[in-house]
Write a protein that binds this ligand. Structure first.
Ligand code: GUN
Length: 294
């Protein structure tokens, strides 16, 4: 059977068209423009690209946004006081500090300084705790985006055997929690594997659903999965490819060409989860502006 290629770009575009309309209404009826503040510290090229994409998406939807760029040697105290300013600025509904931060800055301290009400990344311990309990909260964008993809493609997780590979705070841990919650589009039996898991293939070969957030290019091959598996590829890598004029290509944690003849559905990288992360950031920012969590 022909596999379903999960098109994150298309799902994200549908969310954007809905948010554009809702944003106009919010401005007209309540005089509130959703506002997002973005902070980039240092000159990590990938982070620069991500922050610019987030800013451009704000413009496209009619949001207010500001980008602050600080040099890599900015003292931690300056970052904290900038967050204090944004916490107190009522034009700003969401605050996003692009990670990773330079080594001398305590990432956790920075995350905890953001008001949980403006924490559109869903990284603050208050929001992480609410998510775990299963009460409404700002959810981390990549895991929330993956759940939206399941919904958009009517993929039921209930009773399925899901294997998450990776235990990061940004993806692995939260997606495991969301997939096992007792609600309609979740209810999976979730196993979390990571770099300390011996015999990983014992788990992946039994998985109905695999969420690959490993951080290793094209790691998942056909012999590691079962026939009819559903695969969500969270990785993004730029790898050398001298057969191409540009000298590189983008890929994920899954060897797409290897697994494609065996899967029932796959969210490829690029084009799957990536676009959904930004869409969820925009959704979270709108939700705060509209007072969803007040
Ligand atoms: N770096 C990689 N992913 C993310 C993300 O989702 N949010 C932030 N703030 N930084 C990131």
């Amino acid at each position: 059977m022909k596999p379903i290629i999960i098109d994150g770009k298309k799902v994200a575009e549908n969310i954007y068209s809905e948010l554009t309309t809702k944003c106009k209404t919010l401005i007209k009826e309540r005089g509130v423009t959703p506002g997002l503040a973005l902070l980039l510290v240092g000159d990590n090229p990938a982070s620069q690209v991500y922050v610019n994409m987030k800013d451009r998406t704000c413009q496209k939807l009619g949001y207010y946004s500001i980008i602050k760029t600080l040099p890599a040697d900015t003292p931690e105290s300056q970052v904290l006081s900038l967050i204090d300013n944004w916490n107190n600025d009522n034009k700003i509904h969401g605050i996003l500090i692009q990670l990773p931060l330079p080594k001398h800055i305590d990432e956790q301290k920075v995350i905890e300084r953001i008001s949980p009400k403006k924490d559109v990344d869903g990284f603050h311990p208050i929001n992480v705790g609410k998510m775990l309990i299963g009460i409404p909260a700002l959810l981390p964008c990549t895991p929330a985006g993956i759940m939206q993809l399941f919904k958009a493609y009517n993929i039921s997780l209930s009773g399925k055997n899901a294997v998450v590979i990776g235990r990061s705070n940004i993806v692995g841990k939260p997606i495991s929690v969301l997939m096992m919650q007792k609600d309609n589009y979740a209810n999976a039996t979730v196993t979390i594997c990571h770099s300390g898991t011996p015999n990983l293939t014992d788990y992946t070969r039994n998985a109905d659903i695999i969420v690959a957030a490993i951080g290793s290019p094209e790691f998942i091959k056909a012999d590691m999965i079962k026939e009819g598996a559903i695969i969500i590829d969270v990785g993004t890598h730029k790898i050398a490819d001298h057969t191409l004029e540009k000298g590189y290509r983008l890929c994920g944690d899954v060897d797409y060409n290897s697994v494609i003849s065996k899967v029932a559905a796959i969210s490829p990288s690029p084009g799957g989860v990536g676009p959904m992360t930004i869409a969820m950031l925009m959704q979270n920012t709108y939700d705060v502006a509209a007072g969803k969590y007040e």
